[in-house]
Design a binder for this molecule. Sequence first.
Ligand code: SAM
Length: 289
Amino acid sequence: MADLGIPQNTIAVLQKYNFVFQKKFGQNFLIDPHVLEKIVDAARITDDDCVLEIGPGIGTMTQYLAERAREVVAVEIDRALIPILRDTLSAYDNVTILNEDIMKVDVGQIVRERNQGRPIKVVANLPYYITTPIVMSLLENHVPLHSITIMVQKEVADRMQVGPGTKDYGALSLAVQYYARPEIVAHVPSNCFMPRPGVDSAVVRLTIYQEPPVRAQDEKYLFALIRASFNQRRKTLANGLSNGMGIPREQVTAALQEMGLPATTRGETLTLKQFAALSNLLKRGNAIS
Ligand code: SAM
């Protein structure tokens, strides 16, 4: 089967099927064999792995994954791509193509049916219009995952990886770092895609923690607190949390004091560990008051 990482082969497939790119689906296909190798290497795929690929496009990365994995399940929303995928992947008997919206797929069921409930690996060149919802739903639903290796917009990769005190630090950084260890493994310029996106990209590997690195008594409450803190980024936590969550200012100030932090503390300066401590203190306070 022709290597679709080579631009001429991708062009031939697109012409054969008169394929029209759908902007609304974030379709930018990879046309660089080195980048494809790098992604699959970073995902550390072995012949024992079941891999979920989100958005296979015309099957370019799927070919690379199918060469190394025991099994690949590829979920593609665009109906027009399904006959193309059946053609480009016809040489592989270890690929299942599902014509679905990944946001509506029960990934837990795929894990149970295809991998006896053991953690799978997710690999994707993600559609950028929906990156955060896809990543957050995979993480928050506690699906058994080993890792998520994804191509995303460079700024999004930066936001996933940074710590407090930087402008990119926010709710996404904390949510990702609660569930996984993020590492940027490659920077990818726009000329590696067809058509070229208007932004640079990066490959990030999220290695899922089996146990969260911090203890939060109530995970939902912790994330509500984090969101409220960053919704009003310029405000102190005492003001932000009283406006956003109706927690009395004095209660926030008292909790901060117990943590040895000043009343003027802003959310953007707190580490994940400090957010967890604050949420545990405030939750306890709520239960008492
Ligand atoms: N994997 C291919 C590659 O690397 O060349 C294509 C990547 S392209 C950036 C994103 C792909 O995700 C497209 O094929 C698009 O149709 C598909 N897609 C977009 N939204 C989706 C969704 N909600 N569920 C599943 N696939 C989706």
